[in-house]
Design a binder for this molecule. Sequence first.
Ligand SMILES: Cc1cc2nc3c(=O)[nH]c(=O)nc-3n(C[C@H](O)[C@H](O)[C@H](O)COP(=O)(O)O)c2cc1C
Length: 384
Amino acid sequence: MDPLSGKVILVGITGGIAAFKVPFFLRELKDKGAIVKVILTENAKKFASKEVLSVLSDGVFDSLWEASIPHISVTEKADLFVILPADYNIIGKASSGIADDLLSSSIAAYNKKLLFFPSMNSRMFENPIFQKNIDYLRSCGHLVVDPSSGPLACGEEGKGRLPSITRLVLETEKALIPDLFNNAFCLVTGGGTREKIDPVRYLTNGSSGKMAYSIARNCYLAGGNVELILGRNTIAPDADIPYRITSVETAQDMFEKIMDRWKDVDYLFMSAAVSDFTVSSFPKKIKKTGKLDLKLKRNVDILTELKKKKKKQFVVGFSLESENLKASTLKKMKEKGCDLMVGNFPDSIGSNNTSGIIISNSGEEEFSCSKDELAWKIIKKIKS
Ligand SMILES: Cc1cc2nc3c(=O)[nH]c(=O)nc-3n(C[C@H](O)[C@H](O)[C@H](O)COP(=O)(O)O)c2cc1C
């Protein structure tokens, strides 16, 4: 599922310095299958060339005075109208009903949700007039994403940066998706836990955390308030992602972190590869010479422990099986008291794709797809 596929996205560009980043955003939208139309102000042309925007989009408009009457004809076909960077000026115009050029007239003529990404010097952003204007736009049902903090083009530091391209795309997708979770707390575990053997060696597995990232991303898109509890993983998170990440090492750490949050959890997605065994660790690095005896002990079984404490929480378990996938997944689902269980094969570990079976009270479904698609299938099953 890509929410952008086939959707008409109208992008309004204003005269903020961050306009030079818009071509990268347009390319992402196009890669995800969107039809992209662009409106730019006269001042925006100082920062982003019309020629480049034309190559990366399905049409650029910059004048009210065209036979097609673009502020009416272009806006009526758009599924979503995104304004980025939304400068101080356009927020002022949009919130007070000024329509004196193509972009502001198009905003006036658009009768669906608008998505604004403000970007400016932090003193302009904090100006009480500007803050009142964005509050008003939000009260009208429009979406305004706060800028990020960091170094600004003017040489100052503060809040005012355009968020990363990843975040811009994420928020654009979110604006197109129905709010299924209504801010419910979705706790997602992922990656592999690791148990120390000696100061430098670990007992662990090849889990990448990709499944957990896909679930976290899709839960956020569907309106969840998301936290990821991550063991060892191979993914560098984007600093601008709007969900929390807590890192853990051992299975016991992961269990304790889940328990700290348990009473607030609405949905738990237990996609971490938790080590079944821990080991009595050696205080010093083990020498190569001689025989090595590792004393393994059973680790805490997180899902079995949670079964005893389950109240309102909807629990999604994951089961990795080399054989008898359906029977083993069903057995685990019952033993561990999960509401939904995903059975998958060992070659899913570390891969972008996965195959297996989803079992829930409403039936079963086999899958062979990307982890992102699986995450969406699970959410749809939960909410069907
Ligand atoms: C070099 C330069 C950079 C600017 N960057 C921003 C900016 O990042 N955000 C902003 O709100 N205004 C910025 N401005 C001011 C706007 O360009 C100005 O308010 C202009 O009237 C906006 O016109 P428009 O909304 O029609 O595009 C900048 C101006 C200059 C000269």
